[in-house]
Design a protein around this ligand. Structure first.
Ligand SMILES: Cc1cc2nc3c(=O)[nH]c(=O)nc-3n(C[C@H](O)[C@H](O)[C@H](O)COP(=O)(O)OP(=O)(O)OC[C@H]3O[C@@H](n4cnc5c(N)ncnc54)[C@H](O)[C@@H]3O)c2cc1C
Length: 440
């Protein structure tokens, strides 16, 4: 079920020491490694499975400033700047192209919502704009439907999830980072109240700083350190087509389908606004944290009781560092896609863009998306634990934000002037008192 990813071999030798150990080889971890290596910091990245094995290879590949939480816009602007020069920076193909992103509007309410966002985003002088129905026809001539309008950002783009993180990891290695795959981090050691090492399944790496970029696993990892991290997962289902001609360059989303052109001439296609939210034990533990989000977005979620309840219930929440951990039991989260949702996407898309009618599906896959209650990431030091930085909780849009997030995490580690204001991403917003707070 997993998409085919450019493979990155592991380094064989576990270093005895590094300035920084990064946990997780997704887009956030590899970007953090790249920027730290460029700053001359010695860094070891540990990935339990393989580079980009989880969300970072399974996403749609959209890289956008448009529609972001206003708090994220500066980070999104920096991320797009990095994406634009990423191929030359890493001397490899990440698939990034500035093709534009379009949100199609079916109702006046859609238009009003986008107009309100444009108003909030005005201080950032983005090139985002509302298109008239005729403007949409001109931009997307392949659609048979008369749309009410669209929100369009020409400077947004797309990259290839199966290529980008591996290419960035390889560049980080060339710049001095050690990249270890099949190497789970079990926990963190401290001395004199500060981080002093990362305990991996292959031994301990002494270090001054650990960056937790563990994607959907960050809650479990931090929970073993008594650090609350209110994170849930939803299931997204995706398919890719064989090459198709005469369709848009832009990434396009409507209420019930989404597509974007791939480097190989095919399209990545999904149903928009139809993620499955499996009911798991954490759904009850975090119910009140997520209630406001649930009220706002219930129409986009399909709540399901399925096998994940038992799977997650069985996962140990506590372990000692001298025993195998859940990170070694599950090397790669590889859920099956929901075929019924993909079929809905196919039908909706073909109805609106008939050129998709004869599309041949080359691959389909599922991906568990990690989400925070406010859908904003944590990129932050941890109060009371000097040397610990979290860069996680990317909430369904961390691929596009990956480069800015990695750079901001690297800036926090080195104490350099941050690339963007870190205030909206502080971990403290989830704390309710105590060293690292309670609950959540
Ligand atoms: C279907 C789908 C569509 C999406 N579409 C988009 C999109 O179009 N645009 C966008 O911007 N975002 C999108 N996203 C979200 C985006 O993919 C994620 O936000 C982003 O990839 C998260 O990156 P990450 O590095 O935080 O996590 P991940 O990519 O999940 O990487 C975390 C890594 O940490 C490793 N790890 C965890 N714990 C340990 C440990 N203890 N030791 C060692 N390794 C560990 C895991 O194995 C994993 O490889 C989508 C996601 C999905 C699933």
């Amino acid at each position: 079920m997993a998409p085919r990813i450019d493979h990155i071999e592991t380094d064989q030798i576990l270093p005895k020491r590094a300035d920084v150990v990064i946990i997780g080889g997704g887009i956030v971890g590899v970007c953090t490694a790249l920027f730290l290596a460029e700053k001359g910091v010695s860094v070891a990245l540990c990935e339990k499975g393989h580079i980009a094995g989880e969300q970072s290879s399974r996403n749609w590949g959209w890289c956008r400033k448009m529609g972001r939480d206003v708090a994220e816009i500066p980070l999104a602007i920096e991320s797009l700047r990095f994406w634009e020069q990423m191929n030359s920076r890493v001397e490899a193909e990440t698939g990034f192209r500035t093709g534009g992103v379009v949100y199609l509007c079916e109702t006046q309410d859609d238009i009003d919502q986008h107009a309100a966002w444009l108003e909030h985003a005005r201080p950032y002088q983005l090139d985002s704009q509302l298109l008239t129905p005729d403007g949409v026809d001109k931009l997307l001539p392949g659609s048979t439907r008369k749309w009410k309008g669209a929100l369009y950002t020409p400077s947004d783009g797309r990259a290839e999830p199966q290529k980008a993180a591996p290419a960035i990891a390889a560049a980080a290695r060339r710049k001095g980072a050690v990249i270890l795959t099949g190497c789970a981090v079990r926990g963190i050691e401290t001395a004199a109240g500060k981080v002093s090492g990362a305990v991996t399944e292959r031994g301990t790496i002494a270090c001054d700083t650990v960056v937790v970029a563990g994607g959907a696993w960050s809650r479990l990892f931090l929970g073993n350190m008594d650090l609350p991290f209110p994170q849930l997962k939803t299931l997204g289902s995706v398919m890719r087509t064989k090459p198709l001609a005469g369709l848009p360059e832009q990434a396009v989303g409507a209420s019930d389908f989404a597509f974007r052109k791939r480097l190989d001439g095919g399209y990545t296609v999904a149903q928009r606004g139809a993620n499955i939210a499996p009911i798991v034990p954490d759904s009850f533990r975090l119910f009140f944290d997520f209630l406001p989000a649930l009220r706002k977005q219930w129409h986009e979620l399909r709540l399901r009781v399925n096998g994940r309840f038992i799977e997650e219930w069985k996962i140990p929440k506590r372990w000692s560092l001298d025993q195998a951990t859940p990170f070694e039991t599950v090397r790669v989260l590889d859920p099956a896609p929901a075929d019924s949702i993909l079929e809905e996407a196919r039908v909706n898309l073909s109805r609106n863009f008939p050129a998709f009618k004869n599309m041949e599906i080359a691959e389909s896959w599922g991906g568990l998306v990690d989400v925070m209650p406010d859908a904003v990431p944590v990129i932050s030091h941890v109060p009371g634990v000097p040397g610990l930085v979290i860069a996680s909780g990317m909430s369904g849009h961390g691929f596009g934000l990956g480069p800015g997030t990695g750079r901001l995490a690297a800036d926090l580690v080195t104490g350099d002037v941050p690339i963007a204001d870190p205030t909206p991403f502080r971990y403290e917003r989830f704390l309710r008192g105590g060293k690292a707070g309670k609950a959540a």
